[in-house]
Write a protein that binds this ligand. Sequence first.
Ligand SMILES: Cc1cc2nc3c(=O)[nH]c(=O)nc-3n(C[C@H](O)[C@H](O)[C@H](O)COP(=O)(O)O)c2cc1C
Length: 354
Amino acid sequence: MPPGFQLGPFTLPNRLFVAPMAGVTDRPFRQLCRRLGAGYAVSEMVTSRKELWGSLKTSRRADHTGEPGPIAVQIAGTDAAMMAEAAAYNIDRGAQIIDINMGCPAKKVCNKWAGSALMRNEALALEIVEAVVDVCTPRGVPVTLKMRTGWSLEERNALRLARAFEAAGIAMLTIHGRTREQGYKGLAEYDTIAAVKAALSIPVVANGDINSPEKAREVLAYTGADALMIGRAAQGRPWIFRELAHYLATGEHLPAPTVVEARDLLTEHLHDHYGLYGELSGVRSARKHIGWAVRGLPGGEAFRQHMNTLEHCDQQLQALRDWFDDLGQTHDRLPAILAANDEDTADAEEACAA
Ligand SMILES: Cc1cc2nc3c(=O)[nH]c(=O)nc-3n(C[C@H](O)[C@H](O)[C@H](O)COP(=O)(O)O)c2cc1C
């Protein structure tokens, strides 16, 4: 895999991106993934609804303290003028790249014609893109876009839209290889991504179900994409980025992290997480990250359930330390498991709607 590429004024260090995931890819998680080899990270989506900009959720999502650039903020909405305003607002608060969300399948978003529902209304989708590009271009801010392959199998219009978006000034396009109708079910397909890549001159990023070094190599070769975006497989396994990078560069597998390293990385992540969310809500929202980290490991499920009974940061941290230290008695490195990619459907749709 060649090194990174140019996105507007920014040189991306490599071609492995962490996906925006509402409720997951917050600033602490983005920073962790970047440290472990992700070359680029897009923030969770921020609504274009002005009345929500002052909310705690939106201000946490807009937190980029100490984050390495470029700062990419994803916006979601249904109204071109509001989306343009949201882009300007986020640029004023530090966004260096604006990403338009046309990928979320959630009902709540779709009922308002946002997310992937926009793909069904091509005129509105294009109007939004043009309005956002108009605001961003004079400020030197590239506009990127993330979408699915289409609304449904019968309406797979990604190629037509991609051409229109490129002509309207989009600087990079990410495609999740599923239709809106599929939600997160079934398998991602890569033919549409390959067709879009072949037709466009701007960088195209392939996304969907990339959960192993072999799969990464296969998807890159099949689609000819310029970069890969990884979402669910990075949950609880942020080191996947260095593993993919190593395999793509050498054809060899990097050993799994030692149990001690995994423990320490998760501990640091939790400290950062509590810092952003505070103890009360941080302890609760950290549970999902811990659950993912121990998923598939011996005794992991029982530990996850125990974790749900703990209400304080210090209890959570201690329990985690004890659990990993126990695991370390029998394992030097984390036992190999294939990242599960299919159990988060409901969560993802709900998170996306939030
Ligand atoms: C919990 C969750 C939240 C998500 N939130 C967003 C989001 O805010 N914006 C977006 O464009 N996609 C969102 N997605 C979709 C992912 O970015 C990605 O396209 C999808 O998970 C497929 O990639 P994967 O198979 O590597 O997970 C979300 C996915 C999950 C699982």
